[in-house]
Design a protein around this ligand. Structure first.
Ligand code: GTP
Ligand code: MG
Length: 152
């Protein structure tokens, strides 16, 4: 099944929302494949958001992600996790985020929207490779995996 890269941004860590955010993915039934907290280097943050390099907010975005307060980088796995991860996270601008989403429940500013999730298979592949080494990615089966992921 597919994998997605999800990152709790520094505001999520500072606001002590890590447990609540992780719980949403766990309780949905997704598998935690990797997790670590780190303060990203400017090079890492710039590469992660390289597609936005020409946007006026790019500098501020890199500064926010590299503020010195850590991020929590994760890989989640399971049925449709890339699209479902985006739904759990909610729309980029909290004004448009579903109230049941992480951003819709906890964020009010597009520049402090708490969490990132990969937006496509290509992004997920690129981001997992950028943030994690192969040795950091675990292979195991959660106890309820068969029940949660069955599609027949
Ligand atoms: P990510 O999951 O973080 O990639 O967000 P996204 O996919 O919902 O949006 P996008 O990739 O287009 O933008 C990446 C991040 O840049 C957003 O999550 C915001 O933190 C920031 N961003 C996007 N648009 C704006 C904007 O208009 N103003 C500001 N200040 N920040 C923005
Ligand atoms: Mg994005």
């Amino acid at each position: 099944s597919e994998r997605s890269f999800v990152m709790i941004k520094p505001d999520g860590v500072s606001r002590q929302l890590v447990g609540k955010i992780v719980s949403r993915f766990e309780e949905r039934g997704y598998k935690l494949v990797a997790i670590k907290s780190l303060t990203p280097s400017p090079a890492l943050a710039k590469e992660h958001y390289i597609d936005l390099a020409s946007r006026p907010f790019y500098g501020g975005l890199v500064k926010y992600i590299t503020s010195g307060t850590p991020v929590v980088a994760m890989v989640w796995e399971g049925k449709d996790i890339i699209r479902q991860g985006r739904r759990i996270v909610g729309a980029t601008n909290p004004l448009e985020s579903d109230p049941g989403s992480v951003r819709g429940q906890y964020a009010v500013s597009v520049g402090r929207n708490l969490i990132h999730a990969s937006d496509s298979f290509e992004s997920a592949t690129k981001e997992i490779d950028l943030w994690f080494s192969e040795a950091e990615l675990s292979s195991y089966e959660p106890t309820a995996w068969g029940w949660v992921m069955a599609d027949n």
